[in-house]
Design a protein around this ligand. Structure first.
Ligand code: ADE
Length: 251
């Protein structure tokens, strides 16, 4: 997958994109990352990219002419290559999720635009942006950290990155539930023992136990997710049991 990132701070990407999974993605040629400094598209002698807003109100806005020039310079101009999604990182966008990461991973190319200051001239959106993504309901200083979050979560779904074991299928959220607890050696630590079922090694029982743990954890922490998860009759029965246990505890 090729990703072009437009940013005022390309150096922010250097270390995170050269460690761990992101490094592996580049090394295995699953990620072809191109960082572009938005200032290189300024035609001002001071390399200015922003200006004051019409109508007043303080703060500075990224200029439409500079931003559109930057985006258009990275878009393929021939018909053989379809135009990739051009994603603006903004707290006003659709809220990023596991599903959106999977959806983005289907594209051979993405362009990610990191905004800064008070935002950008509205015409940037109108002219070149095709999608807007937020990583949560809070405001970051700029879109760079958000862009890295989106790239990391998306690349987990690009074939081959996580190995053959299908780790992305076991992730929390992959089946609509949070993952349950995991254990490794030592078998007893500070008096806490690895559950017997895991030690016994009966795989159907382990599967059933893990599913119940995932269900219980999702019930305890993110009940909202259960509304969308696909559950069997037996799992619905378990949820009813959790609800009864909660009611007992409150008595
Ligand atoms: N830029 C500033 N805040 C952001 C957020 N929450 N998500 C994406 N981009 C942002």
């Amino acid at each position: 997958m090729r990703i072009d990132v437009l940013t005022l701070f390309p150096n922010m990407f250097t270390s995170p994109m050269n460690e761990s999974m992101m490094w592996k993605a580049k090394d295995r040629q699953l990620l072809d990352l191109h960082l572009h400094d938005i200032r290189d598209y300024s035609q001002d002698k001071h390399r200015a990219v922003d200006d004051t807003p019409y109508g007043g109100g303080g703060g500075m806005l990224l200029r439409a002419d500079v931003m559109v020039r930057a985006v258009e310079s990275v878009l393929p101009m021939d018909e053989a290559h379809p135009t990739p999604p051009v994603i603006l990182m903004t707290p006003q966008g659709r809220v990023f999720s596991h599903e959106i990461a999977r959806e983005l991973a289907q594209h051979p190319r993405l362009v990610i635009v990191c905004s800064h200051y008070e935002g950008e001239d509205e015409r940037v959106r109108q002219l070149v942006i095709t999608d807007e993504i937020s990583i949560g309901d809070y405001v970051l200083t700029g879109g760079e950290l958000a862009a890295m979050v989106v790239m990391d979560a998306t690349l987990r779904h690009v074939g081959g990155l996580l190995g053959a074991e299908g780790a992305e299928l076991r992730d929390s959220h992959a089946d609509g539930l949070l993952e349950g607890a995991h254990y490794t050696r030592p078998v007893v630590f500070r008096g806490l023992e690895v559950p017997q079922v895991l030690q016994a090694g009966n795989h159907p029982q382990i599967q059933a136990w893990r599913r119940e743990q995932a269900l219980r954890r999702t019930w305890e922490r993110r009940r909202d997710l259960l509304r969308k998860a696909k559950l069997t009759e037996q799992e619905k029965y378990l949820l009813a049991k959790f609800a009864r246990e909660d009611a007992q505890r409150l008595k």
